[in-house]
Write a protein that binds this ligand. Structure first.
Ligand code: DC
Length: 208
């Protein structure tokens, strides 16, 4: 079976966790496409050209341990607005989506641009405050000096850039099932997502 699940949503909405849970539950492979933009951003911060990097991205670039920092997150959102960078990364994502056995990809434009014909599309979101709190808890483990207001501002800035860019802006695909995780635990959100995928496999995703 080749079944494609597209999971889109803003920063810290829970889409990564949900996608990993779907992959584990249904035996699909998973690609966190944000990691591609983060890996490009990391090398751009180190002084390389974004388009050259995107065209020559290596798997070891995705394995670096410093891709989740605030600095890399910000830069990723900037490099992601460059049409040439995005175009250079399309082929890899589409090839991955068609891996045998099924795939789940999470990002911003999976249901709209990368896999418009995905078998199941989910748009994950949560309030700004809840998302900032989640990101704060994650970042403050590495850097106790981080402050919540700053994290909230960063998330809002990044969302505005990701939603407002001319190419492949963040938005729900028309036939995406919305999933608000603001009031849900990880287990509840994962269970809702699994039920959406289950229904899509049985052919009635729109009624999830
Ligand atoms: O999902 P993330 O926070 O790791 O993504 C980092 C940045 O990469 C995000 O601000 C926007 C960009 N991105 C994108 O433009 N398209 C995707 N499919 C995934 C991420």
């Amino acid at each position: 079976m080749n079944f494609i699940v597209a999971v889109d949503g803003p920063a810290a909405s829970g889409k990564g966790t949900i996608s990993r849970a779907i992959a584990a539950r249904f035996g699909f492979t998973h690609l966190d496409t944000g990691l591609l933009y983060r890996a490009v951003a990391r090398r751009v911060i180190d002084g390389e050209d974004p388009v050259v990097v995107a065209r020559t991205l290596r798997s070891r670039d995705l394995e670096r341990s410093d891709l989740r920092s605030v600095q890399v997150s910000r830069k990723a959102s900037h490099v992601a607005a460059d049409r040439r960078v995005r175009n250079a990364l399309v082929g890899f994502q589409r090839d991955f989506a068609h891996s045998r056995g099924g795939a789940v990809l999470d990002g911003r434009d999976i249901g709209t641009v990368i896999c418009p014909d995905a078998d199941c599309k989910i748009f994950v979101f949560a309030s700004d405050e809840v998302r900032a709190e989640r990101r704060y808890l994650e970042l403050s483990q590495r850097d106790p000096s981080i402050d919540l207001e700053r994290v909230l501002r960063d998330i809002r800035d990044r969302d505005a850039r990701d939603r407002g860019r001319a190419i492949a802006p963040l938005r729900p695909a028309e036939n995406a099932v919305p999933l608000d995780t603001s009031q849900l635990t990880i287990e509840e959100a994962s269970a809702c997502a699994a039920s959406i995928v289950d229904k899509a496999i049985r052919g009635d995703a729109r009624t999830a």
